[in-house]
Structure formats: structure tokens, C-alpha cells
Design a protein around this ligand. Structure first.
Ligand code: OVM
Length: 399
């Protein structure tokens, strides 16, 4: 009996183009509706955009590895732009010790000691911003300065040149995509920033009590090798700033455009963690990651050969109507748990508790003082090959 291989839908969509990144939602829908797996000949990769398939891909670390890189580049064939991350770009068993060190360090219990200082920092920042006026840019006045203040303090890096953290993270997230202008332009000048980051990771440049020093102490205890410690500190500095700036911007945009939800948060403060989670679902600050097949791998009805790159659309999965009712709505009545904005499985964001604490602490200080918040002008997107964030977000508040 003759058989025909089921044909895979093909799309010429470029998910890293300016056009796509400027308005991804209609193109996410197109990818979801073409089929569970869509071939993108432009990059010779297979795309997955439905919730169930993205969820399964994220949890199947045996067939879909991270060690060949979670960007377009396959580290088995191309040299990475920096030594690979021991967490993000590693598989078990090598992944597990660095992961265990960070997940203990960043556990909700260990973060409790930061709370009162961060609350004071949030109140000070909010009061200073409000004292200067009731119209301001929510990105440059709140979403950027708050993480840039509290997170490097917690890691224990010096105060000099901290502004390097944002362009470094921005570059690292762009570098998961193809070598387009978002990579090649900053590549010309990123060298000194990369060196500055490496210097911050050295033991002698870290304060004695921060996360950085505690990572080195894990090496003293033999939980990780000494050669691993600076790279694990580097993971905090790479993944810990632009992401939380983007997440805080996302929740600020959500409340500024949903006045009823702000009033509800004012009355029901216990909904704050859910508001953050729902904003992460809605906006999906990290839009995409790749995996690489280790063996012949079936996704839905498609069989992929080994060594193939699979592009997972976290943002599209978080808007899949098969999984979410009215996915485009910011809705504090829904249960957003199960979203894949922090990933899923063994690589699920190890810093999510610290991200949540930052966002909730800042919003709590704002809710105490601001009775309403709305956009005061058109917000402007910051385009990045992986992150979906804002450059600018003019807001008006009533105190
Ligand atoms: C890392 C890392 C982890 C998560 C995201 C990320 C640049 C980097 O371990 O360096 O994005």
C-alpha cells in the first residue's frame, strides 16, 4: 500500500523581523492555526505555537535538549558567542548541581530576608517619582530603576557602571535570534561590557553577603567546582535584570490599561501575586526559546530527525484559545497558573520568586499612594529578538 508522509505546513514568517516583533499577536495566531508544527524554511527550523505542544516540548528534556543552545545557533556545529551558561544551556546531569545551588539561594524562604529592605527601597522610589509630578515614564522612572537598584545590591556587585547590566542582558537575549541588525549592531561595541560582567563575577569583586558570595561558598562546600562559580554568578547578571524590567513594565502596562483591575487590586491586595502572574501570561516577557532534538522526536503528528532546532513560542502558547478563555484580556478573576511565561519543567525560571517579589513590592508601594493610573500617551516598544518589552510608557496618576 503506498504511503505518503503527512505534509507539514510551511510558513515564510520571520519571527525575528521588525514587522513580527512590532505586532506579534496576529502572526502568533497564524502560526497556531497552520498546525501543531510549522516548518520555517527561512531558518530551517520547526515552530511550535500551541499551548499543549509547547508545554510538552518544554518538559521533554530528554528528546529536546538545551545543551546545544536555546537560540537559533546549534552549539554542536557553531561556536557560541560566550562560554555557555551552566544552567540555561546545559542538560542533566551537568545542569543539576548549578541548578540546585541557585534554586536554594533564590527560594522563597531565603528571599524573606530581603523583603523589608526592598519595601523601603520601593517606597523611597515611588515617593521620589510622585514628588516630581503626576505624569512620568513608567519604564524609565519605575520599571528600570527599581530592579537596577535592588537586584545588583542583592547579588553584591559594586555600584560603579551598573548601567552596563541592561545592554548586556539586551544583547544576550538578542543573541538567541539570528544574526540580524539587533545582534550585529551592538556586537561592535559590546566587548568592554562583556569584560565588565566577567569582572563582577570574580570573588574579590563581590560583597561578602550577597548571592554572588554565596555561590562561591557553594564551591567551598564542594557542591560545584570553583571554575563554575563565576559562570553561575554570570547567569544571575544575565537573566536577572532585563527580564524583571520587562515583567514590571508588563504589569504596569496591564494596570494602566485596565482601570477596573487597578481598583480591584486597591481593594484586594492579596491579588497582587496573581496580577503579576497574569501579566506574565499576557505579555510573556520571554517570547521564544529553542530546543534541539537529541533523537528522532515526534511532536503531534510530525517526526523530526535528530539535531533539528525547534522554536517554541511561549507568548503564542499563553494566548492559545484552546487553553485560555479570552486570552487577550488581563483578568484578575482567571487562574493564570500553568502559563509557560517562565517556561516549564527542569529549566523553569529559577529566579521567578525574586522577579515576583520585585514586582509585588513595587506595585504594593504604588497601590498605597496612587488611586488611579492611566496611559498619558502612546507607549513605545523596545524591540528585542527574544524579549517583548517597552522603551517608554507615559502614564498619569492620581494620588
Ligand atoms: C543564563 C541565562 C538564564 C536564563 C536566561 C538567560 C539571557 C540567560 O544562565 O545566563 O537569558
Amino acid at each position: 500500500m503506498p504511503t505518503t508522509a503527512p505534509s507539514i505546513p510551511v510558513s515564510d514568517i520571520d519571527p525575528f523581523s521588525t514587522e513580527f516583533l512590532s505586532d506579534p499577536l496576529p502572526l502568533h495566531e497564524e502560526l497556531r492555526e497552520l498546525g501543531p508544527v510549522v516548518y520555517l524554511p527561512r531558518y530551517d527550523v520547526h515552530a511550535v505555537a500551541r499551548y499543549d505542544d509547547v508545554h510538552r516540548a518544554l518538559t521533554d528534556w530528554q528528546s529536546l535538549q538545551s545543551g546545544a543552545g536555546v537560540g537559533l545557533s546549534n552549539f554542536n556545529h557553531e561556536a557560541p558567542w560566550r562560554p555557555p551558561s551552566l544552567l540555561l544551556e546545559a542538560d542533566p546531569p551537568r545542569h543539576d548541581a548549578p541548578r540546585a545551588v541557585l534554586s536554594q539561594l533564590l527560594s522563597p524562604r531565603r528571599l524573606r530576608s530581603l523583603e523589608s529592605r526592598w519595601q523601603a527601597d520601593a517606597v523611597a522610589l515611588v515617593e521620589r517619582v510622585l514628588s516630581e509630578g503626576h505624569e512620568f515614564d513608567a519604564v524609565t522612572s519605575l520599571a528600570e530603576p527599581f530592579p537596577l537598584r535592588v537586584f545588583p545590591d542583592a547579588v553584591g556587585i559594586g555600584t560603579h557602571n551598573r548601567e552596563n547590566l541592561l545592554p548586556y542582558g539586551d544583547f544576550a537575549f538578542n543573541a538567541f535570534g539570528p544574526m540580524n541588525e539587533r545582534v550585529t549592531d551592538p556586537a561592535k561595541t559590546i566587548g568592554p561590557t562583556v569584560e565588565w560582567i566577567a569582572a563582577q563575577c570574580r570573588r574579590e569583586n563581590l560583597s561578602e553577603t550577597g548571592f554572588g558570595a554565596q555561590i562561591w561558598e557553594a564551591a567551598d562546600r564542594g557542591e560545584i567546582g570553583y571554575e563554575q562559580a563565576p559562570l553561575i554568578v554570570r547567569s544571575l547578571l544575565t537573566a536577572g535584570v532585563d527580564t524583571t524590567v520587562t515583567g514590571i513594565s508588563a504589569v504596569l502596562h496591564a494596570v494602566a490599561t485596565h482601570p477596573d483591575q487597578w481598583q480591584r487590586l486597591r481593594a484586594e491586595r492579596e491579588l497582587l501575586p496573581r496580577a503579576f502572574e497574569e501579566a506574565i501570561r499576557l505579555e510573556s516577557p520571554v517570547q521564544t526559546f529553542f530546543r534541539t532534538t537529541t533523537v528522532e522526536t515526534r511532536i503531534a503528528d510530525t517526526v523530526l530527525a535528530p539535531e533539528r532546532k525547534v522554536l517554541m513560542f511561549l507568548g503564542a502558547a499563553n494566548h492559545d484559545p484552546r487553553r485560555w478563555n479570552e486570552p487577550e484580556r488581563f483578568d484578575l478573576s482567571r487562574d493564570p497558573s500553568g502559563h509557560v511565561g517562565f517556561g516549564m519543567g527542569i529549566h523553569q525560571c529559577v529566579g521567578q520568586h525574586i522577579a515576583r517579589l520585585e514586582a509585588v513590592t513595587l506595585l504594593d508601594a504604588l497601590l498605597d499612594r496612587v488611586s488611579s493610573i492611566e496611559l498619558a500617551g502612546a507607549p513605545r516598544r523596545h524591540l528585542n529578538n527574544t524579549l517583548r518589552g517597552w522603551e517608554s510608557m507615559p502614564v498619569r496618576v492620581v494620588v
